[in-house]
Design a protein around this ligand. Structure first.
Ligand SMILES: [Zn+2]
Ligand SMILES: [Zn+2]
Length: 130
Protein backbone atom coordinates (compact mmCIF):
# COMPACT_ATOMS: atom_id res chain seq x y z
CA UNK A 1 0.00 0.00 0.00
CA UNK A 2 1.30 3.41 -1.01
CA UNK A 3 -0.01 6.89 -0.36
CA UNK A 4 0.63 10.15 -2.12
CA UNK A 5 -0.44 13.79 -2.13
CA UNK A 6 -0.13 17.03 -4.03
CA UNK A 7 2.16 19.87 -3.00
CA UNK A 8 -0.39 21.60 -0.74
CA UNK A 9 -1.83 18.38 0.68
CA UNK A 10 -5.42 19.08 -0.37
CA UNK A 11 -5.48 15.96 -2.54
CA UNK A 12 -4.46 12.65 -1.03
CA UNK A 13 -4.62 9.19 -2.60
CA UNK A 14 -3.69 5.62 -1.95
CA UNK A 15 -2.53 2.88 -4.23
CA UNK A 16 -3.31 -0.69 -3.33
CA UNK A 17 -1.28 -2.92 -5.64
CA UNK A 18 1.98 -3.20 -7.49
CA UNK A 19 3.13 0.02 -9.13
CA UNK A 20 3.98 -0.91 -12.72
CA UNK A 21 5.49 0.56 -15.81
CA UNK A 22 7.64 3.21 -14.16
CA UNK A 23 8.31 5.63 -16.99
CA UNK A 24 10.15 8.89 -17.40
CA UNK A 25 8.52 10.70 -20.32
CA UNK A 26 10.59 13.32 -22.13
CA UNK A 27 7.86 14.50 -24.51
CA UNK A 28 7.26 18.26 -24.67
CA UNK A 29 3.81 17.96 -23.07
CA UNK A 30 5.11 16.13 -20.01
CA UNK A 31 8.01 18.57 -19.74
CA UNK A 32 5.57 21.48 -19.74
CA UNK A 33 3.02 19.83 -17.45
CA UNK A 34 5.69 19.05 -14.87
CA UNK A 35 7.90 22.06 -15.50
CA UNK A 36 10.92 19.79 -15.54
CA UNK A 37 13.24 17.75 -17.76
CA UNK A 38 10.74 14.87 -17.86
CA UNK A 39 7.59 13.57 -16.20
CA UNK A 40 7.92 10.45 -14.06
CA UNK A 41 4.96 8.12 -13.72
CA UNK A 42 3.89 4.88 -12.15
CA UNK A 43 0.77 3.01 -13.20
CA UNK A 44 -1.80 0.91 -11.39
CA UNK A 45 -5.12 -0.57 -12.40
CA UNK A 46 -8.01 1.84 -11.87
CA UNK A 47 -9.56 -0.20 -9.09
CA UNK A 48 -6.24 -0.04 -7.19
CA UNK A 49 -6.24 3.75 -7.08
CA UNK A 50 -8.40 5.58 -4.51
CA UNK A 51 -8.68 9.18 -3.41
CA UNK A 52 -8.51 9.66 0.35
CA UNK A 53 -9.46 13.31 0.18
CA UNK A 54 -9.73 16.35 -2.06
CA UNK A 55 -10.60 14.84 -5.44
CA UNK A 56 -12.85 17.90 -5.97
CA UNK A 57 -9.70 20.08 -6.08
CA UNK A 58 -8.47 18.30 -9.21
CA UNK A 59 -8.88 20.09 -12.53
CA UNK A 60 -8.76 18.13 -15.79
CA UNK A 61 -6.82 19.23 -18.83
CA UNK A 62 -7.11 17.35 -22.11
CA UNK A 63 -3.58 17.66 -23.50
CA UNK A 64 -4.36 15.56 -26.57
CA UNK A 65 -7.41 13.72 -27.75
CA UNK A 66 -8.46 11.16 -25.16
CA UNK A 67 -5.60 12.05 -22.79
CA UNK A 68 -6.62 13.79 -19.60
CA UNK A 69 -4.15 15.21 -17.12
CA UNK A 70 -5.45 16.19 -13.71
CA UNK A 71 -3.75 18.72 -11.48
CA UNK A 72 -4.51 20.35 -8.14
CA UNK A 73 -6.32 23.67 -8.53
CA UNK A 74 -4.84 24.95 -5.26
CA UNK A 75 -1.12 24.23 -5.78
CA UNK A 76 -0.83 23.26 -9.47
CA UNK A 77 0.79 19.89 -8.79
CA UNK A 78 0.40 17.39 -11.65
CA UNK A 79 -1.13 14.24 -10.29
CA UNK A 80 -2.71 12.05 -12.94
CA UNK A 81 -2.38 11.05 -16.56
CA UNK A 82 -5.29 9.10 -18.04
CA UNK A 83 -5.83 7.75 -21.53
CA UNK A 84 -9.46 6.74 -22.02
CA UNK A 85 -8.85 5.15 -25.41
CA UNK A 86 -5.48 3.47 -25.15
CA UNK A 87 -5.29 2.48 -21.48
CA UNK A 88 -8.85 2.66 -20.10
CA UNK A 89 -8.08 0.26 -17.25
CA UNK A 90 -5.02 2.08 -15.96
CA UNK A 91 -4.21 5.18 -13.93
CA UNK A 92 -0.81 6.76 -14.31
CA UNK A 93 0.16 9.01 -11.44
CA UNK A 94 3.09 11.40 -11.04
CA UNK A 95 5.69 9.42 -9.15
CA UNK A 96 7.03 12.52 -7.42
CA UNK A 97 3.77 12.82 -5.47
CA UNK A 98 4.30 9.55 -3.55
CA UNK A 99 4.76 9.95 0.20
CA UNK A 100 5.75 6.35 0.91
CA UNK A 101 9.12 4.86 -0.01
CA UNK A 102 9.19 3.09 -3.35
CA UNK A 103 12.11 1.65 -5.27
CA UNK A 104 10.94 0.39 -8.66
CA UNK A 105 12.58 -2.79 -9.92
CA UNK A 106 12.57 -1.44 -13.48
CA UNK A 107 12.35 1.99 -15.07
CA UNK A 108 12.52 3.33 -18.60
CA UNK A 109 12.79 6.57 -20.51
CA UNK A 110 10.34 7.27 -23.34
CA UNK A 111 10.08 9.95 -26.03
CA UNK A 112 13.80 10.55 -25.61
CA UNK A 113 13.93 11.93 -29.17
CA UNK A 114 11.95 14.94 -27.85
CA UNK A 115 14.05 15.51 -24.75
CA UNK A 116 15.28 18.93 -23.67
CA UNK A 117 18.67 19.80 -25.21
CA UNK A 118 19.99 20.88 -21.81
CA UNK A 119 19.26 17.51 -20.24
CA UNK A 120 21.41 14.38 -20.54
CA UNK A 121 20.05 10.95 -19.64
CA UNK A 122 22.93 9.39 -17.73
CA UNK A 123 21.39 6.39 -15.98
CA UNK A 124 21.42 2.88 -17.39
CA UNK A 125 17.66 2.35 -17.79
CA UNK A 126 16.38 1.57 -21.30
CA UNK A 127 15.60 4.50 -23.58
CA UNK A 128 12.91 4.58 -26.25
CA UNK A 129 13.21 7.34 -28.86
CA UNK A 130 9.40 7.81 -29.08
ZN1 LIG B 1 -2.54 20.83 -3.98
ZN1 LIG C 1 4.94 12.59 -22.15
Amino acid sequence: MHTGSCLCGAVRYEVDGDIRNVTHCHCSMCRKAHGSAFGSYGSVRREQFRFLQGEEHLVPYESSEGVRRRFCSACGASLLWLSEHRFPEWVSFALGTLDTPFVPPKQRHIHVASKAEWHEVTDAWPQQPD
